[in-house]
Design a protein around this ligand. Structure first.
Ligand code: COA
Ligand code: ZN
Length: 315
């Protein structure tokens, strides 16, 4: 039987690390990315070209990105840019793909990039256009696509409109983001079903956080609705500095385990992914891992093929 493939982007080096209190060296970030690549991860959000005053952890972007691109030419590595200045800085070091952020509410845009919603829409459209002209791919996050920490539930029609507008402007992927991790599976199905009426399924990515322990259930709902692209963060590292209450991202290992056990191919080795978790734990000096971590630690011991349906200890 040919297993259907799903595609995972690990966002730990950017979304995961941007809110950590411990400083992480460029070398440690590079080692973490190397371990992700070794585990089979094909897409990584490496860093962001943002104001170093706003997010000090990302101030080594111009050093880290080319280092990663040179070391792993086949890796789809990309960087977040909040504005034209960020795009220019990223272009100077040869970025091939950028992530753009459009928050779906007025207040969240103000808090994140100091712009209102209409300005942010215009700015994102300009960035999509500029990227195209520079031959740089783009993925556009529709942030707070479920709930906003400042404005409550985000109107679905607005999310659909923004996603559609950015897609029609030519961005390569639309990332529907549950930035604060407040969504439940029924809502995920409802919102994704609506969005997929207007945007082809292979262009839509879901970005989940695990604040309420529902990320994997939400990923399953998205899978059932036809989504095949997922963002996740190794060890579940994460949290947005501008969105109070946002906890870690969906842990990559939780997603891989759920998807493989459900008959999907991820191309990712769980034992090797655990080496990446080990490195992140060391770098951040704290224990990490999603809801499956305890079970994985006990059952996944080596890079042998896994029979995920049994409770046996794998060696
Ligand atoms: N990269 C580096 N520095 C930047 C920059 C960028 N992309 N954009 C602006 N700056 C610098 C300016 O040069 C200026 O520096 P100065 O104070 O030394 O003169 C300072 O930031 C303020 O610039 P300004 O144009 O007035 O922007 P702002 O104050 O409205 O800030 C952002 C806008 C978006 C750059 C800033 O708030 C930011 O980087 N936020 C981080 C967003 C983020 O990472 N969110 C999480 C991901 S969703
Ligand atoms: Zn996020």
């Amino acid at each position: 039987m040919i297993m259907e493939r799903i595609y995972i982007t690990d966002v730990a080096p950017r979304d995961g690390l941007q809110n950590q209190s411990v400083a992480v060296s460029t070398e440690d970030k590079f080692t973490l990315i190397s371990k992700l690549v070794d585990a089979g991860i094909e897409n990584v959000e490496v860093t962001s070209f943002v104001s170093p005053k706003a997010v000090p952890m990302m101030s080594d972007a111009a050093e880290l990105l080319p280092k990663v691109q040179n070391a792993f030419p086949h890796l789809n590595s990309f960087a977040l840019v909040p504005n034209l200045k960020g795009l220019e800085k990223a272009q100077e070091v040869g970025v091939k793909e950028v992530a753009l952020v459009l928050c779906a509410t007025e207040t969240m845009n103000q808090k994140n990039i100091n712009m209102g919603l209409p300005e942010a829409i215009q700015s994102t459209l300009n960035l999509i256009e500029q990227s195209k002209q520079l031959n740089i791919r783009s993925r556009t996050y529709i942030s707070v696509a479920f709930d906003c920490p400042y404005e409550g539930e985000t109107p679905l029609q607005r999310v659909v409109e923004l996603a559609r507008q950015m897609y029609e402007a030519g961005t390569d992927q639309i990332v529907i983001a549950d930035t604060i991790g407040s969504a439940a599976p029924a809502q995920v199905s409802q919102r994704i079903d609506e969005i997929l009426k207007y945007i082809p399924q292979e262009k839509v990515v879901i970005h989940l956080h695990d604040t309420r322990g529902m990320a994997v259930a939400n990923a399953w709902a998205a899978l059932q609705s036809g989504i095949r692209w997922f963002d996740a963060s190794v060890g579940g590292i994460g949290g947005c500095p501008f969105a109070p209450g946002a906890a870690g991202n969906m842990a990559t290992e939780d997603l891989v385990l759920m998807a493989e056990q459900s008959g999907f191919d991820t191309g990712i080795s769980l034992p090797k992914l655990l080496h990446a978790v080990d490195h992140a734990q060391q770098a951040l000096n704290k224990s990490l891992g999603g809801g499956s971590m305890k079970w994985l630690r006990q059952n996944v011991k080596a890079a042998a093929p896994l029979n995920l349906n049994t409770q046996k200890v794998f060696t």
